[in-house]
Design a binder for this molecule. Structure first.
Ligand code: NDP
Length: 401
């Protein structure tokens, strides 16, 4: 029998919901590239309910305990006295969400002597030291595509929020004002602007498709070029490198994974190659940007705005400068954990676990590391190495009630 340790974010401060804003969520059959949605044999939750917080348990308890496994769910994940660290030594399987990541560092791998499988309930396994997983033979799997379009939607929202100066305008309403000039002195249409996407994978392509309707000029860069038919259909301009892309764009959105090649890619040097007054949107990973370089660029006016929902580490310390820098449109890490997305990744985790316990192969597209090397999506989208350094800072966060 296995011990499964699952780290989820905390329940709502006013208690687990008794009712929901909507009665149902749309049922999708396939993702845009034809990939099927998760296909577990059964689910024990109602799609559209809160599953990603501790009481939601990703809807897994009945299934796991019914098979005689031990299932521990906690949000206490940081520091040596955390529940996560105490339970880790005899754990077989860790489940963690990128929104509230249980960082699996080299030190933690050394303690986790029995760990065989690390599942990301979502997309983005950079909270796992992939190099250590490769060396220890731990399988790493994520639920590829489960929330890619959730994030693509958020990207469009973030771009419009910044360019149209939405947040300050909303604030004038709350403050009982009617200060139109204050609202519009930084407001622009995006029509005619040049938008560049870094990483044209599932989120990047989903963002490009959604932006096409706004009559903007679409540019992108990636390690692998998109098919010519897609480039023609969307009117895309390809750039061989990110420097060339950023030099012509009014808006840049980051849609690539965090791995050694992309860590701190957007530093002072690269941001200073952007057009003055460009907007930078990052829903990929906080560490792709140099934290202080972003603050400096907003303060100097090099960037007109920065938005997104990813930070490093997570949760971000209460004094993280991105909470207070000017012209930002930050949220906590939420874009990939809408109720709609939760239903998909909870089902995907269940599918992965069913395969694991029945000794059946996990879908190739879900694999990041397998049998001591990058595999499946991991082989295509990541590079080997470790991007978890500095994650212990997450223990500085104090919950605000
Ligand atoms: P995909 O694997 O479909 O796409 C990632 C793309 O990034 C691939 O096309 C890959 O290129 C490209 N890429 C990798 N390295 C580079 C590089 N050095 N320069 C340019 N492009 C690069 O993943 P998704 O689109 O589904 O997700 C992307 C990332 O978004 C995740 O890894 C995660 O970090 C983040 N994410 C955030 C969420 C949120 O809630 N905010 C939710 C889900 C994901 P190629 O494969 O051609 O080598």
């Amino acid at each position: 029998m296995a011990k499964i340790l699952c780290v989820l974010y905390e329940d709502p401060i006013d208690g687990y919901p008794k009712t929901y804003a909507r009665d149902s969520i749309p049922k999708l059959e396939r993702y845009p590239d034809g990939q099927t949605l998760p296909t577990p044999k059964h689910i024990d939750f109602k799609p559209g309910e809160l599953l990603g917080s501790v009481s939601g348990e990703l809807g897994l308890r009945k299934f796991l305990e019914g098979k005689g496994h031990t299932f521990i769910v906690t949000s206490d994940k940081d520091g040596p006295d955390s529940v996560f660290e105490k339970e880790l030594p005899d754990t077989d399987i860790v489940i963690s969400q990128p929104f509230w990541p249980a960082y699996l560092t080299e030190e933690r791998f050394a303690k986790a002597k029995k760990l065989k499988l690390a599942i990301t309930a979502g997309i983005g396994s950079d909270h796992v030291d992939l190099q250590a997983a490769i060396e220890k033979g731990t399988t790493v799997a994520e639920v590829t595509y489960c929330n890619s379009n959730s994030v693509a939607e958020h990207n469009v929202m973030a771009i419009l929020t910044l360019a149209r100066n939405y947040i300050p305008s909303y604030q004038w309403v709350i403050d009982k004002g009617w200060n139109i000039a204050d609202c519009v002195e930084r407001a622009y249409d995006i029509e005619g602007m040049t938008v560049g996407i870094v990483g044209s994978g599932r989120i990047g392509l989903g963002t490009l498709k959604r932006l096409k309707a706004f009559d903007v000029k679409l540019h992108y860069t990636d390690r692998h070029r998109l098919p010519e038919t897609t480039e023609k259909e969307l009117g895309l301009t390809f750039h061989e490198n990110v420097e060339s892309l950023v030099s012509v764009c009014d808006i840049v959105a980051l849609c690539c994974p965090l791995h050694p090649e992309t860590e701190h890619l957007f530093n002072d040097k690269l941001i200073n190659k952007m057009k003055r007054g460009a907007y930078l949107v990052n829903t990929a990973r906080g560490k792709i940007c140099d934290r202080d370089a972003v603050v400096r660029a907003l303060e100097s006016g090099q960037l007109a705005g920065y938005a997104g929902d990813v930070w490093f580490p997570q949760p971000a310390p209460n004094d993280h400068p991105w909470r207070t820098m000017p012209h930002h449109g930050m949220t906590p890490h939420v874009s990939g954990t809408s109720l709609s997305a939760q239903a998909r990744y909870a089902a995907g985790v269940r599918e992965i676990l069913e395969c694991w316990f029945e000794n059946k192969p996990i879908r190739d597209e879900y694999l990041i590391v397998n049998k001591g090397k990058l595999a499946g999506t991991g082989k295509h989208s990541y590079s080997a190495g470790n991007a978890t350094r500095g994650s212990e800072e997450a223990s500085k966060f104090e919950v605000q009630k």
